[in-house]
Design a protein around this ligand. Structure first.
Ligand code: ATP
Ligand code: MG
Ligand code: MG
Length: 553
């Protein structure tokens, strides 16, 4: 399901507009629960909800679905706002919190009680589960189901006033204990929880359940199309029941789409939180994380993520998308945008024996062949340079076109050099440095030698190279299988080599002026992004993605 000009949700909206439903308005919302950082799956929902609002000249709200109190939510609220903005979307002044509706939601519950459509149940949570029945067996009615309106109102008020401990009473919607849909068998709509809330403090000790709070929040905001993921399909009858029985003034329509799953990673906040809390990664923004903040730190651009969301499309059936597609999207973007520089990840010292001592020569290097207007920069060449260890082999196989004893290669933007001698550690036999000669008539751009060599290597001048640490990030999960919600043991599937830190890298001096977040193509190596851990003494780069593209188009 690659890009389609119109998806099934747009078809629904087009039909609604034709019928002048909702007076032709299209209002959507993105409703994150602030219990973690946003991930690439959320990006799909953000692009969809804000994208539809933009397309139909409607509005998209940002609503924090914070009906489930927990401690650290403020940090998550802030990170969510930063990430949505960074992705390129703006909710302007339409920032809402479901917790702001607690009074109104409470009033709806009281209304249901008065209508005889909700009752206080004193069964324990286990008893409620046990009497719910199964797909083949109807449930059993609670002995509290026929309490009088007065008694229900009185106990519910006392629940609100904090007279009962957690778990002693719940409020249930009185629907149908033999409904074929288990969600309709007198679902719990309020529970007691003496928990401090990040916004309402200790004002409340009863909190509405998601299935009750969500449709009401949508209705209060006049949302017309409430787009959510497929697992809520079975909840839609309860969503509609809530709207139809609470006297709210608008009738939002719930539409479900398939959530994004990606190979080689986990996506649920619960699992991502475990990685953070148990120290498997350095934080929510660890460059290996599929979080928006992790992808940002890794070097992904908002454009590449939006392009990815566009390409995967919106469908009604669950599937798993190949991580290689996400990598393809960032490669395409950075291929256009990223300036080229040279960096040597695993340096091997090369002394050019026939090059004058103390001479430093300026050479010209183009910044980006895809953006000729960005011009060129000066790089230097001198007697000692570094090349990549991998680019030299003492006993090469036949088709090795890089450097080996007696062979010649071109140094990018510079000269052809020839390997004359290999200097080794006497004891270990390790290669310490190479002695080479250069041919002055082979200067790039003014080569008069007529020589042809097959290999061109990147290199840096030792006289002014900067030290850098380079972090090679790889996939979080070794195996392709995307997250399987039934396996809790994803920890054993973590890729033990998901991070390799190279701490003796040498890079061009032009990178001294780079700012955190700046992105580059390191010639022949891939795309890299300056990490906020950088200091004036030591630059730190993350590899965003290697150059080779494994995405089969
Ligand atoms: P998680 O299981 O990762 O915690 P969630 O659905 O509980 O996800 P929310 O904060 O409630 O997380 O999600 C906000 C919105 O983003 C919801 O509308 C949800 O459906 C959507 N969303 C979450 N995960 C995905 C995903 N993988 N693909 C598409 N949309 C998603
Ligand atoms: Mg949720
Ligand atoms: Mg969740």
């Amino acid at each position: 399901n690659i890009t389609t000009s119109s998806n099934f949700i747009q078809n629904i909206i087009n039909e609604d507009l034709k019928n002048n439903k909702n007076n032709g308005n299209v209002y959507t919302r993105f409703p994150p629960e602030p219990n973690g950082y946003l991930h690439i799956g959320h990006a799909k929902s953000i692009c969809l909800n804000f994208g539809i609002a933009n397309q139909y000249k409607g509005l998209c709200n940002l609503r924090f679905d914070d009906t489930n109190p927990s401690k650290e939510e403020v940090e998550f609220v802030d990170s969510i706002k930063e990430d949505v903005h960074w992705l390129g979307f703006d909710w302007e002044n339409r920032e809402y919190f479901a917790s702001n509706y607690f009074d109104k939601i409470y009033d709806c519950a009281v209304y249901l009680i008065k209508e005889g459509k909700a009752y206080v149940c004193d069964l324990t949570p286990e008893e409620i589960r046990e009497t719910r029945g199964t797909l083949t067996e109807p449930g059993t009615e609670s002995p509290y189901r026929n309490r009088s309106v007065e008694e229900n109102l009185s106990i519910f008020t006392r629940m609100k006033n904090g007279e009962f401990p957690d778990g002693t009473h719940v409020l249930r919607a009185k629907i149908d204990m033999s409904s074929p849909n288990l969600n309709m068998r007198d679902p719990i709509i309020y529970r007691i929880s003496h928990t401090h809330h990040h916004r309402t403090g200790d004002k409340w000790c009863i909190y509405p359940m998601y299935d009750f709070a969500h449709p009401l929040s949508d209705a209060f905001e006049n949302i017309t199309h409430s787009i959510c993921t497929l697992e809520f399909e079975d909840h839609r009858p309860l969503y509609n029941w809530t709207i139809e029985n609470t006297k709210v003034e608008s009738y939002p329509q719930q539409i479900e789409f398939a959530r994004l799953n990606l190979t080689h990673t986990v996506m649920s906040k619960r699992k991502l939180r475990r990685l953070v809390e148990d120290g498997y990664v350095s934080g929510w923004d660890d460059p290996r994380m599929p979080t928006i903040s992790g992808l940002r730190r890794r070097g992904y651009t908002p454009e590449s993520i939006r392009d990815f969301c566009e390409r995967i499309g919106v469908a009604k059936n669950n599937s798993t998308v190949d991580m290689a597609l996400l990598e393809h999207c960032i490669r395409e973007d950075l291929n256009i945008k990223a300036p080229r520089v040279m960096a040597v990840l695993r340096p091997l010292k090369v002394v050019i024996e026939n090059y004058p001592e103390n001479q430093v020569e300026n050479l010209e290097a183009e910044n980006n062949p895809n953006q000729p207007e960005t011009g060129s920069r000066e790089i230097t060449f001198s007697k000692t340079i570094y090349i990549e260890q991998d680019d030299f082999m003492e006993n090469p196989p036949k088709k090795f076109f890089r450097l080996s004893p007696g062979k010649e290669v071109r140094l990018k933007h510079a000269y052809i050099i020839k390997c004359e001698e290999v200097i080794k550690d006497e004891k270990t036999g390790d290669i310490l440095e190479l002695r080479c000669s250069y041919d002055p008539s082979t200067k790039s751009g003014s080569d008069t030698s007529g020589k042809k060599v097959k290999g061109t290597l990147h290199w840096v001048d030792a006289s002014n190279a900067l030290d850098a640490e380079i972090r090679l990030c790889d996939r979080l999960l070794a195996e392709e299988n995307s997250e399987d919600e039934t396996t809790s043991d994803f920890i054993s599937q973590l890729n033990p080599n998901s991070l390799e830190v190279l701490s003796t890298c040498k890079v061009e001096p032009v990178l001294k002026n780079a700012n955190s977040g700046d992105k580059f193509q390191f010639l022949r190596q891939g795309y890299f992004c300056l990490d906020p851990d950088s200091t004036p003494d030591k630059l730190v780069f993350n590899r965003t993605v290697a150059l080779r593209d494994s995405w089969a188009k």
